[in-house]
Every structure is written in C-alpha cells, then in structure tokens.
Design a protein. Structure first.
Length: 415
C-alpha cells in the first residue's frame, strides 16, 4: 500500500497507535485516542504525504518515519510538537525545502533528514536547536554555503551533510563542535583549505571530506586528532608532502588520500601505526623509493594497501613480505627501472584476493602459473603492461579471475 508505515515511534499517546493492522478492521485500544490523534494516525496509514495533522500530537517525544515512501513536503505544522526530541524522516522521497519552522523544536536532540530529495539552503533557524547532538542532512540536493548560525550547535556529536551541492569554504566555526565524533562533508563542492580550527576537534574519530575541491597542503592540524580512526581526503586538490610525523595519528585505521596531487616520499612512520588497516594513496605524485620502515610481522594489521599510479621507483622492499594479512595490493606503475622483479617477494601474502602489478617497467617475465599456484584466493588480477608467460593455460581456466583491478569505498551517506 502506498505510504505504508514501516517504522513509527509515537511516544507517549496512551498506546492509541495500537489500532490498525489491516485496512478492514480496527483493534480497539484500552485507552482511546483523542480525535485529533486518531485523525493524524489514520492519515499516516492512508496518505503518501506526511500529514500536517501530526502537529496535533503535542505530547509526542519521538517521531520516526524513516525507510518509507513518504513524498511531498515536510509539513511546517511539526513545529507544534514542542516536546519532540527525536525526528527521523530519512530514507523517504520528501521534496521541497527544509521548513525553517523546525528551528522552533527547541528540545530536539536528533534530526535525521538524509536520503530524500530536499532542495534549497540549510535554514539558519536550525542554529536554534541548541540541544542537537545528531544532525544528518546527507544525500539530498541542498545548496549554498554553511551558515555561521550553525556554530551554536555546540552539543553536536554526529554531523553528516554529504552528497549535496553545498559550496564555499568550510567555516572555521566547525572547530567549536568540541564534542563531535563523526563528521561527513564528502561529495559536495567545498573549496579552500581545511581550517586550522579542526585541530580542536579532540573527540573526532571519523572525518570524511572526499570528493570536494579542497586544496592546500596536507592539513597538519589534523595530527592533533589522536582519536581519529577514519581519515578520507580522496579526490580533492591537495598538494605538498605528507608530514613525516603522520604516526601522530596513533589510532588511524583507514587512510584514504587517493586522487590528489601529493608529492615527495612516503613517510615510513605511516606503517608504524599499529591500528592501520586500509591505505589508499593511488593517483598522486608521490615519488622516491618505497619504504615500509620497521613494519612488524606480528603487529601489522594492514589488509588493503594501494600505492599505484604514483612516481615511485626502485625495487619492491622486502619488508612487504611482513604484511601477511594483505587482501588487496596495488603497486601499479612502480618504476622498477628495468630491474629484475622476483615474484617470490610476494609469496608470504597468501591471503591476497586483489593484486595489481601492472606497468612495472621490469625486464622480468612474470610467470602466471607460478603466481596462480601461490595465490589461491585471487579474484582480481591486473598484469597489464608486463611480459607475462603462460606455459599451461589449464591453470588459468581453474581460477575464477577477473583480470582487472577495481575498488570502491563501501560507504553510505547519511548513516
């Protein structure tokens, strides 16, 4: 049925929502609804729009209509539910602008409007929601700059505004969100540098800023964020060198800087971070020889290492054999300067499912049989631009390989 409610939490209205399980009959509740409450709930069941009569449910504290097919605009009458602390309208097909009247819900702690079709600017009135801890507006069609009025949201711990058309510079006032643990501003049109004030976000564990037009050197202010375990700066316009003391991010697990213009050598201190698990440096201008430093055979947790399409040169360091937990390895376009490349250096990496060693500039022929016999779990293999020998093609037939290399971060905006 169009507009059927999959999840709704109406508290407290004397259990009057225990009423309709099918269109054909009514289950009477012990405590009857007020007429305006009954009208609101009946409209919820039978109308694809969020009914304006919900504004009559004045005692409501939680309203969760997420994961439905509601369409139309968000009714401004919701401002009348003055006791509301949680409003979740995410994952619907809601249209129009965010009503400025939502800024009157002074008791709100959680506002989820992500994954709809909302347009226009973020209303400045949301800055009045001084108790807000969770705000998700991601995966809509919002435009404009981030307003300074939002700096009043000093209790925010979770902020997601990803996958919109927001623009301008990131306000330095974001540094006032001292309780923030999660920040996703990815897939917008933000420009300029990450403000130095970000260094004050001492509780931040996740920063996703990929797919913008951010620029400048690597934001060293982020090195103050010792609780950070996800740092994603993919697909921006960052330049300069990576800081040698990047190991200050001592809890980092995910380090993504793909698709920028970073230069210089790869700091070996990166691989001393004991929690490091995913590293993607593909499509930059990093150079020099590869150096994994004193990576430990026992402590290394890296399972995904992508260094391809840079300007690295020289042989593959023998220390790579200590990364025994690797599932994915990309060393494409490594300029081995015509030196001999021995596959045996990779033999310890028995868990590999994704291997890209294309365009190695080596004079050595790569024995496909030897490679397939060692790596039983390979799903993706890219040997493009090398001299590959195959003596017995039956080995190839037994392996369900895709001769390519592909990667997409598994993230969902607004969650």
């Amino acid at each position: 049925m169009k507009g059927s409610v999959k999840s709704i939490s109406l508290i407290p209205i004397s259990f009057c929502f225990l009423f309709l399980f099918r269109d054909e009959f009514v289950v009477p509740a012990r405590h009857s609804c007020h007429p305006e409450q009954r009208e609101a709930i009946l409209e919820l069941k039978n109308d694809g729009n969020v009914p304006s009569s919900l504004g009559n449910l004045s005692k409501l504290t939680t309203l969760d209509l997420s994961n439905n097919d509601f369409n139309g605009e968000i009714p401004s009458s919701l401002e009348n539910i003055s006791n509301l602390t949680i409003l979740n309208l995410s994952r619907n097909r809601l249209l129009g602008k965010i009503p400025p009247s939502l800024g009157k819900l002074s008791n709100l702690t959680t506002l989820h409007l992500s994954q709809n079709k909302l347009i226009g600017k973020i209303p400045s009135s949301l800055g009045n929601l001084s108790h807000l801890t969770h705000l998700t507006l991601g995966a809509n069609r919002l435009v404009g700059e981030i307003l300074s009025s939002l700096e009043n949201l000093s209790h925010l711990t979770f902020l997601s505004i990803c996958e919109n058309d927001l623009s301008g510079e990131i306000p330095s006032s974001f540094g006032n969100f001292s309780r923030l643990t999660f920040l996703d501003i990815s897939a917008n049109g933000f420009v300029g540098e990450i403000p130095p004030s970000f260094g004050r976000l001492k509780h931040l564990t996740t920063l996703s800023a990929e797919d913008n037009n951010l620029s400048g050197n690597f934001p060293v202010t982020l090195l103050n964020l010792t609780k950070l375990f996800v740092l994603s700066l993919d697909d921006n316009q960052f330049t300069g060198m990576l800081p040698p003391n990047i190991s200050s991010l001592s809890n980092l697990e995910f380090f993504y800087i793909r698709g920028n213009a970073f230069i210089g050598t790869l700091p070996s201190s990166l691989f001393t971070i004991p929690s490091l698990t995913y590293v993607d440096l593909v499509d930059n201008q990093l150079n020099g020889t590869l150096d994994f430093g004193n990576v430990s055979l026992l402590s290394s947790k890296i399972i995904d290492l992508r260094l391809g399409n840079n300007n690295f040169m020289g042989s593959i360091p023998r220390s790579i054999s200590k990364l025994v937990n690797l599932f994915a390895l990309d060393l494409s376009h490594l300029n081995t300067q015509g030196s001999v490349f021995g596959l045996s250096i990779l033999w310890n990496l028995k868990s590999l499912t994704d291997l890209d060693i294309s365009y190695l500039n080596t004079t050595t022929a790569i024995d496909l049989n030897a490679l397939l016999s060692r790596f039983k779990w390979l799903n993706n293999l890219n040997l493009t631009g090398n001299h590959v020998t195959v003596e017995d093609r039956s080995a190839d037939a037994e392996s369900p390989l895709s001769f390519q290399s592909s990667y997409e971060p598994n993230t969902t905006c607004g969650d």
